[in-house]
Design a protein around this ligand. Structure first.
Ligand code: GDP
Length: 615
């Protein structure tokens, strides 16, 4: 089914995304469940005493002993609620209340019978100069030729390409900045990532970063080996380099699609697109066209003539011209909706990017939007959101502090830590930046937003405050005025003169605190029975799993005579020639350990996982 201007679908009844029973008193949801106190927000001493069935005086006395004076009707913050629960033998858990004003969090459940296939949404990433822009242009240009001859495109941040009667939606901002920026705002729009690697240059730092980003987002990767027309092209070398990163072509038993292309000479592009469609089929991408639209803002700007103009990517449902939408804290009526060829659309179904005008404010890329049946509903929700936003800003913790970092990481809120580095000279700024970027912490990425020489300025504090960043000063001291500003904006400034003290501090703050909540779980052990030397790979350990299972993705340690010789990760796990996800007790396997080769017969490989510890 296609949703374009000629197709009048606006008569279809669409279901609203907001369930009707949303006006619940949040405190009604507090409850004790199997020794766990589940709560949803602020709660007073007297309410908590009722919920936990302990005298309020006991709570007040307990807090008093800790040097905290509270009254009966005082609201307790999360920290105090936690302390009280633990003191009186309860575990605790905060649950978010989903209501219409935080519609991002409403879980949309579609009846499987209402789901229709939707086009894949693809982002192209890769190292600079490897040909991302050329690839985007080649795909787009061939598009213009085979659709509407001479159509003038408008850059709206995404476009659709039709091949074999099926559409693919491309996000056309290349590079992972856009992808990361979206993700840091909680927006995941991409179904498939194409990583472009130049055949004459091979895997480069940004290639690895792109792979990391795609993996972190759990998005499947297609590799496009580009510039195969060049004399220096060496496709095999690129494959080898990628295999070292565990990106294995299907021909070698892996799960990644590799395509060889020349973006410039238009070679292999159709094959690449066909592979995107094949993968999309496997992914079974579906959406329900018969609900009010919801999705993400890809781009937005103020147009002199037309006002706020935004590109919306419809991710579920159908957006109709004339619909009322809430975006961020703004709302408006979709006055006009166009595609990348400036053609006016009446409706846009799932996976369709559209440029719209009619919003009262310019939203921010990454904002979620939702369409509503009536203007009243949209207005009310936008107003509530605006109010909530103002309250949030008022209560906002501003920048980050190392102390609250852990909590946010733990709650899954933070996968990225923003840092600003200021140092006495550019050389040391770069060195600090490098050291921070080298820190490896479980699933957490460090972003250095700015690293420059010079004193900490008000702009640094402002940037830190808006981006939740921590400022690191190296060999410099901020003056009193800046300190006061930082304090007011709740921005943490950490000062150091030795780089490793600085990195140690960041690492300790994250890891040290992570430790108590994660526990090691040993999955199994294998004994190395034979060491096989392979010229390309190094030493392969021929093992027998002596107990439990050895899992491909788990962590491992190598033990010799009861002494831990090495701790790290498995690099590969095979049963005969085939990659194995796991190998069970009493089976033989071959394995290699990442970055470690010094293995001997009789060594024990122990597989373990870090599991979250239930309190
Ligand atoms: P980006 O930085 O990844 O967006 O790379 P560009 O698309 O700007 O390409 C960088 C350079 O490589 C440009 O000079 C392109 O013309 C060139 N280039 C891109 N694809 C190919 C290709 O398939 N073959 C050849 N020979 N050159 C290419």
């Amino acid at each position: 089914m296609s949703f374009n201007g000629k197709n009048k679908k606006s008569k279809t009844t669409r279901v609203s995304n907001i369930p009707s029973n949303r006006n619940i008193n949040k405190n009604e949801l507090n409850k004790v469940n199997g020794g766990v106190f589940v709560y949803t927000g602020d709660i007073t001493v007297s309410q908590l005493s009722k919920e936990l069935n302990i005298p309020a005086t006991s709570i007040i006395r307990f807090l008093f002993m800790q040097g905290k004076m509270v009254t009966l009707n005082q609201n307790l913050d999360d920290e105090l609620i936690g302390e009280i629960c633990l003191e009186f033998g309860y575990d605790f858990k905060k649950e978010k209340v989903v209501s219409e004003e935080n519609f991002e969090e409403i879980e949309i459940v579609d009846d499987p019978s209402s789901l229709k296939e939707r086009s894949p949404i693809v982002t192209i990433m890769g190292h600079v100069d490897h040909g991302k822009t050329t690839l985007i242009d080649t795909i787009r240009n061939s598009n213009i030729v085979d659709t509407e001859a001479g159509a003038i495109t408008q850059a709206i941040g995404a476009y659709q390409k039709e091949i074999n009667g099926k559409k693919i939606t491309f996000i056309d901002t290349p590079g992972h900045e856009a992808f990361t920026a979206m993700r840091s705002r909680g927006a995941s729009v991409t179904d498939i990532v194409i990583i472009v690697v130049a055949a004459d240059d091979g895997v480069m730092p940004q290639t690895k970063e792109a792979i990391d980003h795609a993996r972190a987002a759990n998005v499947p990767i297609i590799i496009a080996i580009n510039k195969i027309d060049k004399p220096g092209a060496n496709v095999e070398r690129v494959k080898q380099e990628l295999m070292e990163l565990d990106i294995i072509p299907e021909e070698y038993g892996g799960k990644n699609i590799f395509c060889e292309i020349s973006a410039k000479k238009n070679i292999g592009i159709d094959n690449l697109l066909e592979n995107v469609l094949l993968l999309a089929e496997v992914l079974e991408l579906k959406a329900n066209p018969n609900r009010y639209a919801l999705g993400t803002v890809l781009e937005a700007r103020l147009d002199k003539g037309e006002g706020a103009k935004a590109t919306l990517l419809v991710q579920n449902g159908t957006l109709n011209a004339g619909d009322f939408v809430v975006v961020g804290a703004a709302y408006g009526r979709v006055r006009k909706m166009t595609n990348e060829y400036r053609a006016e659309l009446k409706s846009a179904g799932p996976s369709t990017p559209v440029a719209i005008i009619g919003l009262t404010e310019v939203p921010v890329a990454g904002d979620k939007f939702m369409a509503f049946p009536t203007e009243k509903q949209a207005r009310e929700i936008a107003e509530k959101r605006k109010l909530a936003k103002t309250m949030d800003e008022r209560n906002s913790s501003g920048g980050g502090t190392l102390e609250d970092l852990y909590n946010r990481i733990h709650e899954g809120e933070v996968q990225e830590i923003n840092c600003i580095v200021k140092a006495d000279n550019q050389g040391s700024a770069e060195a600090v930046k490098g050291a921070l970027l080298n820190l490896q912490v479980d699933g957490v990425k460090i972003n250095v937003l700015r690293s420059t020489a010079g004193a900490i300025t008000e702009t640094d504090v402002l940037l830190a405050s808006t981006s939740n960043a921590i400022i690191f000063g190296f060999n410099i001291r901020p003056d009193a005025k800046i300190r006061a500003k930082a304090e007011e904006a709740k921005v943490d400034i950490r000062l150091h003169t030795i780089i490793y003290h600085l990195t140690e501090e960041v690492e300790a703050a994250m890891k040290g605190l992570l430790k108590p909540t994660y526990k090691e779980h040993i999955t199994g052990q294998a004994e190395i029975r034979k060491v096989i030397v392979a010229s390309k790979i190094g030493k392969i350990a021929g093992c027998m799993v002596t107990n439990g299972v050895i899992k491909r993705d788990s962590l491992c340690r190598l033990m010799r005579d009861g002494v831990v010789i090495y701790e790290g990760k498995l690099n590969s796990l095979k049963r005969f020639q085939n990659d194995a996800k796991e190998v069970a007790e009493n089976y033989e396997c071959g394995l290699t350990i990442e970055n470690f080769n010094d293995i001997k017969e009789g060594d024990i490989v122990e597989g373990y996982e870090m599991v979250e510890e239930k309190k």
